[in-house]
Design a protein around this ligand. Structure first.
Ligand SMILES: [Mn+2]
Length: 361
């Protein structure tokens, strides 16, 4: 991993409004806690991570103190607290009279109220947008982890094809996929595995149900693995045998069109291009193909940033048109065509943006 302190510098180079960043875990962990500590195990519930430009303190309890010391990187100081009073005292000392930043996308309102009442900072600013911006650009260690996670999922996509058989349910196949993925080193699915048979493939967020596989069905699998907490997110679409030659030709045409849009988007990625413009290149290609027979059938945005979270910051939708591609971003390229009652095809890869263009991880 690149030095953890580089991440503090990287964040504060962009976020100049605050003196101190406070990352707090509740019953679940703020993804930024992992980003700024690199601590892989333990929850660190109700701990406070106080991040400055060149170092950080973790205020932790006896319960997890040893875990923290064991995992600590240079630049992080671990401070043990015995009770709530001591925590308030230590925390207040750090933030009293300062302008602090918190992650408003994560921290519950009641925590915010407590911080502002008990610890008397000068002001509290929601820095969730600059946190997302900082995490958009991945360092070498992060890219390596996403690459490993993508490899697991791609290998699983190869192996799962041996499990395709008439009568298996979507739930059954999803379970088998997760087992294969786990045996290849996934720490767990990065989201609930999506498996769609036949016309269910027309629904991009369909949850696996008891639908049984039959000849001529499209099989759409959208899945991800986690490696060192970093996510992959990959979709493949298969055809399970031929029903009739005309049905096959129709599905192949949809598949080829999606693949062409996917490749075209990939080739169009270069540094300094608005994310939304890449979406429009793929969307326009699909809309215009074969005199517009698929017009309006690509019903979501082309992709999203990927990292510690599956949706790691902004997507390609026009709402984020001001965000431009930069070397070090990892995004998904996932066009699709969806035809109600018939089925759908989506092809998704995880892509690293470099100075020279884009590469599939
Ligand atoms: Mn995706």
């Amino acid at each position: 991993m690149s030095s953890i302190v580089d991440r503090y510098k990287h964040f504060f180079a962009d976020e100049k409004r605050i003196d101190t960043l406070v990352v707090m875990n509740t019953g679940s962990q703020d993804p930024n806690f992992y980003y700024f500590t690199g601590f892989k195990s333990s929850l660190f519930e109700n701990n406070m991570l106080i991040v400055k430009k060149d170092h950080a303190y973790l205020l932790t309890y006896d319960l997890e103190y040893q875990d923290a010391v064991k995992q600590k990187f240079n630049g992080i100081e671990i401070v043990r607290m015995s009770d709530h009073e001591e925590k308030t005292r230590l925390f207040s000392k750090e933030i009293k009279g300062k302008t602090i930043g918190i992650n408003g996308e994560f921290l519950p309102f009641n925590y915010y109220k407590r911080i502002s009442k008990e610890n008397l900072p000068k002001s509290i600013i929601d820095v969730s947008e600059s946190l997302a911006r900082a995490r958009l650009i991945k360092d070498k260690g992060e890219i390596k982890n996403i690459m490993k996670a993508a490899k697991v999922t791609k290998t699983a996509m190869g192996l799962i094809q041996k499990r395709f058989k008439t009568g298996i349910t979507e739930i059954g196949l999803a379970k088998e996929f997760d087992e294969i993925s786990g045996s290849l080193g996934s720490e767990g699915p990065s989201f609930d595995t999506i498996v769609c048979f036949g016309s269910n493939a027309a629904l991009p967020h369909h949850s696996p149900d008891k639908t049984k596989l039959k000849k001529g069905d499209i099989i759409l699998i959208d899945a991800g693995a986690k490696v060192n907490r970093y996510c992959s997110d990959i979709t493949r679409s298969f055809l399970f045998g031929k029903k009739s030659s005309s049905d096959y030709q129709k599905k192949k045409h949809i598949y080829d069109t999606v693949k062409e849009a996917h490749d075209l988007a990939l080739r169009s990625i270069r540094e300094g291009v608005p994310l939304s413009s890449i979406h429009f290149i793929a969307a326009e290609y699909i809309n215009k193909k074969s005199k517009g027979i698929y017009k309006g059938k690509f019903i979501h945005s082309l992709g999203h940033s990927l990292g510690i979270e599956v949706h790691d910051g902004p997507g390609f939708s026009p709402a984020y048109s001001n965000i431009k591609t930069k070397a070090g971003m990892v995004i998904t390229d996932e066009p699709g065509i969806y035809i109600k009652g018939f089925g759908g095809i989506r092809i998704e890869d995880d892509v690293l943006i470099t100075k020279k263009g884009a590469v599939i991880l």
